[in-house]
Write a protein that binds this ligand. Structure first.
Ligand SMILES: Nc1nc2c(ncn2[C@@H]2O[C@H](COP(=O)(O)OP(=O)(O)OP(=O)(O)O)[C@@H](O)[C@H]2O)c(=O)[nH]1
Ligand SMILES: [Zn+2]
Length: 209
C-alpha cells in the first residue's frame, strides 16, 4: 500500500501534507467491506477485493482539505505591491462533496479582490478553493469560508466570490434534475457598492480571451 496521497505538491514544505494513515485506511476499508456485503455484493469477488481500500484512499483524498491551512497558504505568498485595481481569477474548477449525502458537487468559482498594499501569488487563490472544497461541505459555507479567509488574511479593500455548481445529489437521485445549477455569492468591502460588484460580474461573464 502506498503511503502517500497522490497528486499533492509535496515540495510545498509550508503545507502540512498528511500521509495516508494506514490504520485509518484499514479501518475505513473494513467498514466498506461490510457495506459491500450489506448492498448484496460479494466483497471477495475479484473486482471488489481491493475496492474497500481504494474507497478509503479516495475518501481520504477527497477530504484532505482538513489537513491544509488556507490562511497559511495565502500568507506564504503575499507581496507588497502598489496596485489597487480589481484582481479577478475566474473559472476555477471546484470539486467538493455535499455533507448531506457525501455525493459530489462540482463547477466553477470566480474570485476577485481589490489589493490594499499587498497582492497574493495567483496560484494561491485556487489552492485555497481546494483547501476548503476538499472537505464535506455545503456550497454556501464553501463560498463564505473562501471570502472570509481572503478578507482576514490579505486584508484587501474587498473580496468577491461567486460559485456555480451542479450537485449530483440533485441529479443522480432525489429530485433528479440533471441541469440545474446553484449559484452562491459572498462579498466584502468595496464589493458592497453596486458599481464595483457590477464590474466584477461583468468581468466574470465577459469572454475576454
Ligand atoms: N443549501 C444547500 N443544500 C444542499 C447542498 N447540497 C445538498 N443540499 C440539500 O440538502 C438537503 C437535505 O435535505 P433532506 O430532506 O434532509 O435530505 P433528502 O431526503 O435526501 O432530500 P432530497 O434530496 O430532496 O431527496 C437536500 O435538499 C439537498 O438538495 C448545498 O450545498 N447547500
Ligand atoms: Zn447532497
Amino acid at each position: 500500500m502506498s503511503n502517500h496521497i497522490d497528486h499533492l505538491d509535496e515540495e510545498d514544505g509550508y503545507i502540512k501534507i498528511d500521509r495516508y494513515n494506514e490504520g485509518k485506511i484499514a479501518s475505513v476499508a473494513s467498514h466498506y467491506k461490510d457495506i459491500l456485503g450489506k448492498l448484496g455484493e460479494d466483497p471477495e469477488r475479484e473486482g471488489l477485493v481491493k475496492t474497500p481500500e481504494r474507497v478509503a484512499k479516495a475518501l481520504q483524498y477527497l477530504t484532505h482539505g482538513y489537513n491544509l491551512n488556507p490562511s497559511e497558504i495565502l500568507r506564504s505568498a503575499m507581496f507588497k505591491e502598489d496596485y489597487s485595481q480589481m484582481v479577478v481569477v475566474k473559472d476555477i474548477e471546484v470539486f467538493s462533496m455535499c455533507e448531506h449525502h457525501m455525493l459530489p458537487f462540482f463547477g466553477k468559482a470566480h474570485i476577485a479582490y481589490i489589493p490594499n498594499g499587498h497582492i497574493v501569488g495567483l496560484s494561491k487563490i485556487p489552492r485555497i478553493v481546494d483547501a476548503f472544497a476538499r472537505r464535506l461541505q455545503v456550497q454556501e459555507r464553501l463560498t463564505n469560508e473562501i471570502r472570509d479567509c481572503i478578507q482576514e488574511t490579505l486584508m484587501p479593500a474587498g473580496v468577491a466570490v461567486v460559485i456555480e455548481c451542479k450537485h449530483l445529489c440533485m441529479a443522480m437521485r432525489g429530485i433528479q434534475k440533471q441541469n440545474s445549477v446553484t449559484t452562491t455569492s459572498a462579498f466584502t468591502g468595496e464589493f458592497a457598492k453596486d458599481k464595483t460588484r457590477a464590474e466584477f460580474l461583468r468581468l466574470i461573464t465577459a469572454n475576454l480571451h
